[in-house]
Design a protein. Structure first.
Length: 215
């Protein structure tokens, strides 16, 4: 009888120790998760051009912020200079899309707000499978990965031409060539061509391709 009681007591003690370890482990895990949640960065919008739906995030580069101010000034004029507007859209799209250093994850695709609205979903998927594929998450601000930072974008208008997309047609689409300068050369794309189309009052990116030769 005494042996049985001793065995039972030992079992009870072991069970209590295991329960205590489980509880302590759970508490530590919760504390760690809570600590992580507290560190998650929230990227806020600091400016907007409401009539056109453009927004500016607080983590944008100084170069991009400068472009945004120029865009705001251009679009607030009584008569919008369409050539200047198209040029700024081309610059800002490239400056945001290829600047991966300030992106929170591969899902945080830059330049999306300048893409033709009906193409945005497909554009985002293509970007995540290509340029953004290797971007590590930085939602807790602990990323060590070296990523490109765009310091300047030069755009040159090549021509205006007819552009067909779906059942629509733009007889005066803009074709721009671009060149990118980075803070550090990490082997990312440095040049190419953009096609910009009219969509109501907005000018939007319809396609990106290799550099176009002037005709």
């Amino acid at each position: 009888m005494k042996k049985k009681r001793k065995l039972n007591i030992k079992r009870i003690v072991l069970v209590l120790i295991l329960l205590a370890l489980i509880i302590v482990g759970s508490v530590l895990a919760i504390q760690k998760l809570t600590h992580k949640e507290e560190k998650v960065k929230e990227v806020k919008e600091v400016a907007a051009i409401k009539a056109y739906g453009y927004t500016l995030k607080e983590n944008a580069t100084d170069y991009y912020k400068k472009l945004f101010k120029n865009l705001e000034k251009t679009l607030n004029e009584k008569e919008v200079d369409e050539e200047k507007y198209a040029s700024l859209v081309a610059q800002m799209f490239i400056a945001d899309f290829f600047n991966l250093d300030n992106k929170e994850s591969k899902n945080d695709v830059g330049g999306k707000q300048f893409v033709y609205s009906n193409f945005q979903s497909d554009f985002e998927k293509l970007a995540m499978d290509a340029v953004y594929k290797s971007v590590e998450s930085n939602v807790y601000g602990e990323r060590k990965q070296e990523l490109p930072e765009v310091t300047n974008v030069t755009v040159t208008k090549v021509k205006n031409e007819n552009y067909k997309y779906g059942e629509n047609n733009d007889e005066n689409a803009y074709i721009y060539n671009f060149e990118i300068e980075y803070k550090k050369d990490l082997g990312y794309q440095k040049e190419g061509s953009l096609t910009l189309i009219h969509n109501s009052q907005k000018i939007e990116i319809a396609s990106m391709s290799e550099k176009t030769s002037a005709v």
